[in-house]
Structure formats: structure tokens, C-alpha cells
Design a binder for this molecule. Structure first.
Ligand code: ATP
Ligand code: MG
Ligand code: MG
Ligand code: MG
Length: 470
């Protein structure tokens, strides 16, 4: 009956293979030889050297299903129907080979013939100056002019600093009136979830130079990205990406573990989705060799894990629960991503150590933060001092973002400048004490020795278990 996530993934890769694309496995979430990016956030990111021409691609046409992390979307989790911090991006790429006509035609063919989306539900957006794309949509595909929306630079022009850049064209699916925000201007590009953007086609046709000129590239490229969860949401005709086959399987385990019911009240649902989303990000990040720390990727992981733990508390749970959810993640994704299966025990251990550690301080930290909040309410103060936010961070392991989130629920915030000053002071203390590169305020324990072992070189759980390192 309805297409599952795993079927859609295969269908896509098979389709582009049949169009002469080399299909390769997802690259790891940790960028290789790219200092500009903390975590892979799009299918094209690991392929940058091929786009820039600094490396020769193994094939001029490639297709992937790429693991992505976008922490920039963290606030939207559970609130919009379409955002997750971890998602899979299906993509087809052309390095100086085919261009707009093929990209759009194959996009249309895949959506209407393979996924069998009804043509009348589909819309397209184009960059407002890109008449070439308009002509293709209108004349070649036959999409009526009123269903081709022209959008501006923020939405439909892709560029990062200098170098290759160009216009985009997005494909949207109209989920109908019942999902509309009700605005008379509700159309593709609207922030609500009626017209759901599922496939972005980027046409890198320019090279932006120092003087700000857009020079035409002799060999323009194609870079497309289609959110697998969003396609599944459309194909399975469900409310949000949290209701698709794979996600709802994990979500049900979350509810069982915590003893809470989904779709009873909105606040709880947001927490349930946050845990469902974050556990997936956490599992994939650890399987790619990241472990919790106070810096860089490790800090992103720590933030996600502690945020999920806190939402468990909000749902009334007082036990360790995150590591128990890994079974369900591996059951859903282990076949497509062997690294999850291979490292399952290791992933559970890393989570458990971090969860236990936070468990020791979270209640005390929450009590103290609540005390700060009630004092601030009395005095009419809106911003928590940097000293207090730093105390929560350093003594109770509250990532700044977690403290901010809790305060923001009360219409308050943190004085970030003064928090930064406290951080700087601590860095200086650590520097003068010279505690062999370890700048965190935490006591030495299982996890920080794990950190040192793994930060530069991922060894894997066999070694760790053999050495009794966890
Ligand atoms: P939106 O406007 O909905 O935030 P976007 O324009 O930021 O999406 P792109 O950068 O164009 O997204 O990424 C390509 C595709 O990846 C999108 O069309 C969408 O299908 C998917 N995608 C992007 N962000 C997310 C996310 N946070 N969760 C799930 N899928 C996503
Ligand atoms: Mg976005
Ligand atoms: Mg968009
Ligand atoms: Mg987009």
C-alpha cells in the first residue's frame, strides 16, 4: 500500500542509477577535509571538491542519500510539520554534465510517475529573474503559469560567500486547505505547512568574483536535495514527518518508555517529537564517531542529548530512558546504515554514561534555575546574569542553550555577553593550569577519558570493550 521510507530511498537511487548516475553511500556526518563546516547539512556538502573542480569526480553524474544535521532547525522540531535536526537528503548531482532541463524533467518524472503524486497538487518556485526555469516548467513540463511562483534571493538563490552559486527551483506539494494558515497570501514559500517544499533544485551557473560580479560558469552544475521524511509524509498522507512509518515507530517507543500518550496535548506532543528527533540525531552522530564534549560537534551532541533528557523530565519521567530508545532507531535504520548495527552497544554505552552524568545534577540545577526565575519575577529582571548562567553550565552541566530555552518559556533570557566573559575567564584559568588540553569544568570520569581516546581517531567499541574503557 503506502510507500515506506526505506522503499522511497531505494526507488530514488534506482531511478537515478537508471539515468546514468553513480550511486554512492552516504558520507559520514563529520566533514572530511573541510574546516568550514561543523556537520554535514546537505547532500552537496561532502561533494564540494567536485563542484569546485579541485577534485575529479568518479562520475559526472552522482546520486546519494545523505545523512544531514541542521541544528539551525532545532526550534522548529515538533512545531512545524516538516523540520527535524537529523534528516536524510536524497540528491542527484551533475558536475558540468546535464543542466536545468534534465534536472527539472527528471524531478517531474520521479514525482509523478514513480511516486505517482497527482500533477494537480504540484507547484514550483523559481528565482524571480530565472526566466529560463520558468520556460522549462511552463513549456516543457506544461505546468500552468499560475502554479510557478517567483521568489526572491533569500529563498531561491544559493550562494555562500564567493565562488559557484546560482538560482534554485523548488517543488512543492499542496496538502490542502486543512493545513493552511488561512492567509489570503498562502502559497508556496509561506511558512505554514500547506504547501510543503520537498525538492530543491540548485542550478550553479555563476561564479561570483571579488568585485561582486556573477560570471557565467562554462560548465554549470546541478545539485538537488529532497527531504526523505517530507516525501514520506506526503506519500503516507500523514500530518507531519513525526507520523511517517519510521519516525512513528520510534515515537511510540518514546511514549511507552515514558508512559505518556501522543496527541493528547500540544505541549506534550512537542516534547515527544523533540525526544523522537533528538534520539535519532544522537544515534547517528555517535555512530559516526562523535562523543559528548564541551566543544564543537561534541557540544552539539551534548546539547541535543541534555535537551532530550530535560524534555523527558517535562513529561514526568525521572529515570534514565534515552539509551533504551536505541533499539528502535537501529531497528528502523540499521539495514540502510550498517554503522548503527555495528556500533549499537557502543552507542548505548556512550548515551548511558552521559545520561547518568546529567541525571546527577539536572534536578539540583533545575531547582536553582527556578529559584533564579522566581527572584527575577519579583525584581522584574528579564535577563539572567552571566555568572548564574555560567554556574548552571559549569556546576550542573546545563548547556547555555538549555538555560536559555527554559528562561524563554517564561519570557526571559540570558545576558550572553556576561556569560561569554565568564567562559573566557574559565578558559584563562584552564590555560594557566595547563590541564592537558582539557578545558571543561567537569571532573575526570569515564566519558572524558573516552573523549581523549576518540576525539582524533574513532576506534570503535570492540577496542573500548576489550580495554575495559567504558
Ligand atoms: P525549509 O524552507 O522548509 O526550511 P529549506 O529551503 O531550508 O527548507 P533546503 O536547504 O532547500 O531546505 O534543503 C533541501 C531539502 O531538504 C528541502 O527541500 C527539504 O525537503 C529537506 N529539508 C531541509 N531542511 C529539513 C529539515 N530540517 N528537516 C527535514 N527535511 C529538511
Ligand atoms: Mg530551512
Ligand atoms: Mg525553503
Ligand atoms: Mg529550499
Amino acid at each position: 500500500d503506502k510507500l515506506g521510507v526505506n522503499e522511497i530511498r531505494s526507488l530514488f537511487l534506482e531511478f537515478f542509477k537508471s539515468k546514468g548516475h553513480l550511486v554512492v553511500a552516504s558520507y559520514p556526518l563529520v566533514p572530511q577535509n573541510d574546516k568550514s563546516l561543523l556537520l554535514i547539512n546537505a547532500g552537496m556538502a561532502p561533494l564540494k571538491p567536485y563542484f569546485a573542480g579541485t577534485e575529479e569526480p568518479p562520475n559526472k553524474r552522482m546520486a546519494t542519500c545523505q545523512k544531514c544535521i541542521r541544528t539551525g532547525d532545532i526550534e522548529n522540531v515538533g512545531k512545524t510539520a516538516r523540520h527535524a535536526t537529523f534528516f536524510e537528503m536524497l540528491g542527484n548531482f551533475s558536475f558540468g554534465d546535464y543542466f536545468k532541463v534534465e534536472s527539472i524533467q527528471w524531478g517531474w518524472e520521479f514525482a509523478t510517475k514513480y511516486l505517482k503524486m497527482p500533477e494537480d497538487k504540484l507547484w514550483a518556485s523559481i528565482y524571480h529573474e530565472d526566466d529560463e526555469s520558468f520556460e522549462i516548467w511552463n513549456k516543457v513540463i506544461g505546468l500552468p503559469a499560475e502554479k510557478i511562483v517567483r521568489l526572491g534571493k533569500e529563498d531561491n538563490f544559493w550562494e555562500i560567500g564567493l565562488g559557484p552559486c546560482g538560482p534554485c527551483s523548488e517543488i512543492y506539494y499542496d496538502r490542502g486547505e486543512k493545513y493552511s494558515c488561512g492567509s489570503p497570501n498562502c502559497k508556496p514559500g509561506c511558512e505554514c505547512d500547506r504547501y510543503i517544499e520537498f525538492w530543491n533544485h540548485v542550478f550553479t551557473q555563476f561564479d561570483k568574483d571579488e568585485a561582486g560580479n556573477y560570471n557565467l560558469l562554462p560548465n554549470p552544475n546541478i545539485d538537488t536535495g529532497m527531504g526523505l521524511e517530507r516525501v514520506a509524509c506526503i506519500m503516507q498522507d500523514v500530518n507531519s514527518i513525526y507520523d511517517i512509518d519510521t519516525m512513528s515507530f520510534i515515537l511510540k517507543r518514546v511514549c511507552e518508555e515514558i508512559g505518556v500518550t501522543y496527541k493528547e496535548n500540544r505541549e506534550n506532543d512537542i516534547s515527544i517529537c523533540i525526544i523522537t528527533d533528538h534520539i535519532r540525531s544522537i544515534a547517528f552522530m555517535i555512530s559516526d564517531g562523535i562523543i559528548p564534549s564541551n566543544e564543537g560537534r561534541g557540544y552539539v551532541l551534548r546539547r541535543l542529548l541534555r535537551r532530550a533528557a530535560r524534555h523527558g523530565k517535562l513529561l514526568g519521567n525521572n529515570d534514565l530512558f534515552l539509551y533504551k530508545l536505541i533499539d528502535s532507531v537501529v531497528e528502523m535504520f540499521g539495514d540502510a546504515y550498517e554503522e548503527l548495527k555495528d556500533k549499537k552497544t557502543y552507542i548505548q554505552k556512550v548515551i548511558k554514561v552521559e545520561e547518568e552524568r546529567f541525571q546527577e545534577t539536572i534536578n539540583q540545577g533545575l531547582d536553582i534555575l527556578n529559584e533564579y526565575i522566581s527572584n527575577m519575577e519579583k525584581s522584574g529582571e528579564r535577563n539572567l546574569t552571566g555568572e548564574n548562567a555560567f554556574k548552571l553550565y559549569d556546576t550542573f552541566g546545563f548547556p547555555l542553550e538549555l538555560t536559555k530555552e527554559i528562561l524563554q518559556e517564561k519570557g526571559m533570557d540570558v545576558n550572553e555577553d556576561s556569560f561569554e566573559k565568564e567562559m573566557e575567564k574559565q578558559r584563562n584559568r584552564a590555560r594557566s593550569a595547563r590541564v592537558d588540553g582539557d578545558t571543561e569544568g567537569w571532573k575526570e570520569d569515564a566519558l572524558s577519558s573516552l573523549n581523549k581516546e576518540l576525539q582524533t581517531n574513532f576506534i570503535g567499541y570492540d577496542y573500548l570493550e576489550a580495554e575495559g574503557n567504558i
